[in-house]
Design a protein. Structure first.
Length: 447
């Protein structure tokens, strides 16, 4: 079945024959606008939903015996990112670390992993009518072919992992990845970003980790794949569970990574209050970061009028749209806005004072970075997805379909919620009812 193609205008032949060319051009430009409705607005032209696929069956088909009890959880979380395959209606997506939640025990939150055997996977999907179909799946594995798992890496740095009810500690795993962004290179390999270290991960066409690039000084030991300390050491101050999230591939092959949230620099309070985060440019040819950029969020109540907590601001997706231009998604869990930025040489802050954790005030503490001499990236609002009817909540993946159309996908968190009520008395998931949805958004002014 052919995939749906969104966003084409069809002009009736009878109209076209009787209208002068100048008027016809104006009609095409205006789209659906008229004198009473005003300019054409962004709109959802099509949606499709992923059906129920038991997580145990999905996982064991890729890596037999990895999941003995999926606790009633279905495949989800594939909305961590979306990247075009080059074929109409088909996309590469990436799961995150798997079903996880938080439960308070003795007043402290514990991170739960209800299906600890789950292995992050690259999932190829096709939009067929109102259905999202899985047409290929690739497990992310170590050098020896073992699952990397989604478990926390390092005690004292990452959240301690617990069982579904937060009562039984689980073992840390240096191989574990909390995968988020994905792009595919010309040679068929994939690049992923991860929230734990944070890290940039190069994997083969069949999912084997080739190299994991981590911040200098991380000292991650025990991994069953090559680990290279190539990212700026300042990233060691990433907020817990808020590492690298967005990933774009520029036309020249360079990669741009987005730090989901401001660094906790000099401390967590400073990070929570900050609107200043960072983008990094990485050269696969040089195996090195070649540029770094300061990015400033809009105020949280501008991004999401229902929210007043600045710490809820996040970047979840970055999309290359030609040359050195990107779309950057600023979001909360309920709203998202796409900004256009251009990466310029004079905005590069790599290796300067803002990469030192002794600089005071830090980049994160600056209320007006420009006045302190920081060349913050200029941005232009492209679309406020929160105002477009039909866009699902918690959009984490954005892909360019054509000049006028974006595909967006939500992270449904595997149908999980936080708290002890996420599972019933038998240890089975009480599903949130939120489904994984792909929506096509038509932009009347294009990109």
């Amino acid at each position: 079945m052919s995939a749906h193609v969104a966003g084409k205008h069809h002009i009736p032949r009878s109209v076209a024959l009787g209208v002068p060319l100048a008027m016809l051009a104006a009609f095409v430009t205006a789209g659906t606008a008229d004198a009473t409705s005003g300019p054409a607005q962004p709109r959802v032209t099509h949606t499709a939903t992923l059906g129920d696929i038991p997580l145990g069956a999905f996982s064991n088909a890729l890596l037999p015996g990895t999941v003995d009890n999926d606790r009633g959880v279905d495949l989800g979380g594939i909305g961590s990112d979306i990247y075009p395959t080059g074929r109409k209606g088909e996309f590469w997506t990436i799961t995150d670390r798997g079903p996880n939640g938080q439960i308070k025990v003795d007043g402290k939150k514990r991170r739960t992993f209800p299906v600890p055997g789950f292995d992050p996977a690259i999932v190829k999907i096709r939009v067929c009518g109102d259905t999202v179909k899985v047409i290929d799946s690739i497990p992310v594995t170590t050098s020896s072919g073992k699952p990397v798992t989604g478990l926390s890496n390092q005690a004292g740095r990452d959240e301690a992992p617990y069982s579904y009810d937060a009562r039984t500690p689980l073992a840390y795993n240096a191989n574990g990845l909390d995968t988020e962004g994905i792009v595919r290179a010309k040679d068929g390999s994939f690049w992923l970003v991860d929230e734990y270290s944070p890290s940039l991960v190069h994997v083969s066409a069949r999912g084997k980790v080739l190299t994991r690039y981590v911040p200098k000084g991380l000292n991650l030991t025990g991994a069953d794949y090559p680990v290279v300390e190539a990212l700026p050491a300042v990233l060691l101050h990433r907020k817990t569970n808020r590492g690298l999230e967005g990933l774009a591939q520029l036309p020249d092959g360079d990669l741009v990574m987005a730090l989901q949230s401001p660094l906790s620099l000099p401390d967590a309070d400073a990070g929570d209050a900050s609107r200043n985060t960072r983008l990094l440019r990485f050269s696969p040819r040089k195996h090195a970061v070649t540029a770094e950029y300061a990015y400033r969020f809009d105020p949280v109540n501008v991004v999401d009028p229902s929210q007043d907590d600045t710490s809820e601001l996040k970047i979840s997706s970055v999309v290359a749209v030609g040359g050195d231009r990107l779309l950057v998604e600023e979001r909360t869990d309920k709203a998202a806005r796409l900004q256009s930025v251009r990466l310029t040489r004079d905005a590069d802050i790599l290796g300067g004072p803002w990469d030192s954790d002794t600089t005071s005030p830090s980049l994160e503490q600056l209320d007006d970075p420009a006045s302190a001499g920081v060349p913050v990236l200029a941005k232009r609002l492209v679309v406020d997805l929160g105002t477009v009817a039909g866009v699902p909540g918690k959009i984490e993946g954005v892909a360019r379909v054509d000049h006028d159309t974006l595909a967006v996908i939500n992270d449904n968190d595997f149908g999980m919620t936080d708290g002890a009520g996420a599972f019933d008395a038998q240890g089975r998931l009480v599903d949130s009812g939120i489904e994984t949805t792909v929506a096509y958004v038509r932009l009347p002014r294009g990109l």
